[in-house]
Design a protein. Structure first.
Length: 309
């Protein structure tokens, strides 16, 4: 586990490190309509985080609920476990260390766990992640002691056009979603990342989207978002390279399997044919392109499929 000892803020946490914006965000997500002036206390930990990129917001509402919100551009199925560790540290911060040893029941704020997702990968409007899904299977002889721990995380998709009833209720969240959307559109248009973020910032200010926030923090926002997305792109490139390496190995093994199964050794078993099969090019076109009987192409496909399985 990679531990980052110094909290690095993000555009999202910077934006919602504000009591009024937090209350508005809570009202939008919960469907409540708590009035301005409702007691809100920010409880985000800034000393120990468990990843290099952790965009948590923790706050206590009316001394009764502690809400942990994480903004993510890629879904991590270990969020229930991570938030379990995180909320335990929040509680440690809230209570006297000796209080847990007293006989009188200690009243604590009820926890709620939210992930706001705005990544590029397809994802439903909402999904629930559960800590219990991570438990290892055990035999009946080891079960039945009566204790059980679970933690549910509500994941909400806030990409443009998704959950508009939620996003539309919070002006700051709506502005953030539109801002990120403009950055993505600029990237899709072929702009360099720093140019895309800078242009989106200027356009949002002109259009009155998060205007005051961006005017005050524009240079910081540009630096933070450029850094965040640069890391995301580096991870994406590494994942792509790993997938391509896996395909290469699959092709090699598929060829080996084909030879083992007696595919005509007099025919040049072309790596290019195997690549074409991996790319889902129709077998008829492959046979025509490489002047190989369709029956042989089918044998290559069978060998590759058996290896992949």
């Amino acid at each position: 586990m990679n531990v980052n000892r110094k909290y690095k803020s993000s555009v999202f946490t910077k934006l919602f490190n504000d009591l009024d914006r937090l209350l508005s965000l809570y009202n939008a997500i919960s469907g409540n309509n708590l009035p301005p002036g409702t007691e809100v206390e920010i409880a985000t930990l800034d000393d120990i985080l468990f990843t290099d990129r952790h965009n948590d917001i923790a706050f206590i509402l009316d001394d009764k609920i502690v809400i942990l919100i994480e903004h993510q551009s890629s879904i991590n199925n270990n969020m229930p476990l991570r938030l379990l560790i995180y909320v335990a540290r929040v509680y440690e911060k809230l209570i006297d260390n000796d209080a847990v040893y007293k006989r009188k029941l200690l009243k604590i704020p009820k926890p709620d766990f939210i992930v706001l997702y705005n990544g590029a990968d397809p994802f439903p409007d909402e999904k629930t992640l559960r800590l219990s899904d991570a438990y290892k299977e055990i035999s009946e002889t080891l079960d039945g002691l009566g204790g059980f721990l679970d933690l549910e995380v509500r994941v909400v998709n806030i990409n443009e056009g998704r959950n508009e009833d939620i996003v539309g209720k919070c002006e700051s969240l709506n502005g953030y979603v539109r801002f990120v959307g403009k950055v993505r559109n600029n990237l899709d248009a072929g702009m360099d990342l720093s140019v895309a973020v800078t242009k989106a910032t200027g356009n949002c200010i002109e259009e009155g989207i998060l205007a005051d926030f961006l005017k005050e923090h524009s240079s910081e926002v540009i630096n933070m978002l450029t850094n965040e997305w640069s890391i995301e792109r580096a991870i994406f490139v590494r994942e792509q390279e790993a997938r391509e390496e896996g395909i290469e190995k699959g092709i090699e093994k598929g060829i080996e399997k084909g030879i083992e199964k007696g595919i005509d050794k007099g025919v040049d078993i072309s790596t290019e044919i195997m690549r074409a099969l991996v790319k889902k090019i129709p077998m008829e076109k492959i046979a025509e392109r490489y002047q190989v009987p369709i029956e042989k192409i089918m044998q290559f496909q069978s060998a590759l499929t058996q290896y992949s399985a």
